[in-house]
Design a protein around this ligand. Structure first.
Ligand code: 6PG
Length: 245
């Protein structure tokens, strides 16, 4: 099988292996942390297997639920019972099955005005962070999970949208022109305030965009993700372009 490693890319056989590697990284780092450990979760379909693994009794028994806080990298501005809600997805696959304290999970608000909701989520982040401005050397997040869309978006940083220019706000609305629903998303500077950004990318449909992002194509929003810590790409063979069908 695959176990190809370069500085910041790990290529594994398939989506199952990617989810296992991501779960292992998270457990290892959460256990190593001395204090509160903050994670930003991603949405979409790829991380579902990761969340299912985290809810597995063997994994859940080892995970330090009591000192991990969970945030969302993005969400659709829809009620939690919508099939498009990341909050609802993570609740049903993960949080309904593990002993995470209720006050350790910070879903993005989904009611009222999206701009006000983005400010409200930013206010929650500032409270847990303990400062009004991000400080270099003191990351907001320990781990940020991200995915990659076929149009180069990550979190809900969609092509051509004003949120790509945001350098001050930590959270902002985004109205994609080629995908349903208004979204709320972490901004580039909020994601950059991290110890570890972990992208999960699987499937042949991502091979072309993944190659462009790896090459640094500036047209792809994912190309502009930075971290004051480390960025790692967990990619299956199909997305890495290693499977020819
Ligand atoms: C979401 C995301 C988004 C996602 C990509 C890839 O809420 O949809 O956070 O950025 O990671 O669209 O989605 P898939 O994993 O479904 O391909």
């Amino acid at each position: 099988g695959h176990d190809v490693m370069s500085a910041d890319q790990i290529v594994l056989d398939d989506a199952e292996a990617i989810a296992r590697q991501a779960a292992d990284f998270l457990l290892e780092q959460a256990l190593a942390a001395k204090d509160v450990f903050r994670v930003a979760l991603s949405g979409g379909s790829t991380p579902k297997r990761l969340y299912a693994l985290m809810a597995d009794p063997d994994y859940a028994a080892r995970f330090p639920w009591g000192r991990v806080q969970f945030f969302f990298g993005d969400d659709r501005f829809v009620p939690a019972d919508s099939p498009d809600s990341n909050r609802g997805m993570v609740q049903s696959i993960l949080f309904s099955r593990v002993p995470a304290p209720a006050d350790a999970v910070f879903p993005m608000p989904d009611q009222g005005d999206p701009d006000a909701a983005a400010w409200a989520y930013e206010a929650s982040l500032k409270t847990v962070y303990g400062a009004e401005a991000l400080e270099a050397g003191r990351p907001l997040f320990d781990v940020v999970f991200l995915g990659l869309g076929e149009n180069g978006h990550t979190a809900s940083l969609f092509p051509r949208q004003p949120v790509l220019e945001e350098r001050t706000r930590w959270v902002a609305p985004c109205v994609p022109d080629d995908a349903p629903h208004t979204r709320l998303t972490l901004t580039y500077p909020a994601i950059a305030s991290s110890r570890f950004v972990l992208f999960l990318v699987t499937g042949a449909s991502k091979a072309e965009v993944y190659a462009r992002v790896r090459a640094g194509d500036p047209a792809e929003p994912a190309s502009h993700i930075t971290s004051e810590g480390r960025i790692e790409w967990l990619v299956d063979a199909a997305a890495a372009g290693e499977v020819v069908s």
